[in-house]
Design a protein around this ligand. Sequence first.
Ligand code: ADE
Length: 227
Amino acid sequence: MMKISILTLFPNMFEGVFTESIIKRAIENKKIDIEIIDFRKYSKDPHGKVDDTPYGGGAGMVLTCQPIFDAVSAIKTKDSKVILLTPSGKPYKQKDAYLLSEEKHLIIICGHYEGFDERITSLADYQISIGDYVLTGGEIPAMVLVDSITRLIPGVINEQSHIEDSFREDVMNGTYLLDYPTYTKPRVYNGMEVPEVLVNGDHKKIAEYRYQESIKKTKEVRPDLMK
Ligand code: ADE
């Protein structure tokens, strides 16, 4: 079973996200083990301090080395990969989710406040950003990683067919197509109709229609994926 350890100052933020829906079921079914660690408890400061003012001046507080180094060294094994979440990291892609879903143990460090002491990066196998925007901390990015990884673990969602295998290959090459549009009942809603081809039961035509729609959508929205 894959294990994910999350180092955070705000363990309560994970309530809800990990106690509902597919992640909850994956935990119950022992597909994944998630451990939330409040790294303040590793602080050797008498008041549990975990941050300090930056050398050279500047606004805000910076996470110090000691609590995070001690937390990582307490839980790290030879099977662990350490991920540091930071807006200065490498942009996170579906390909990374696939690669990380094959690891045995991930340790995810959530930064907070104005940043962390640069020496903390020496602990990291990967520095990851979930996108080109700045959040208040690494907690929401950690949830994004856990969600995207969990759904790829075999048996978590019943979607791992042969179609998925070729899709995975394309994702790894960065040449995949966006999803085609789907519809459900009713056939007409507020005057908007479901495309005729989908209700005629001609599966060859349906497959061709979906493929063309995928191409059209990808060209429109993400031409960079087509190459
Ligand atoms: N911490 C703050 N913003 C972030 C981002 N975009 N990705 C990862 N970690 C972050």
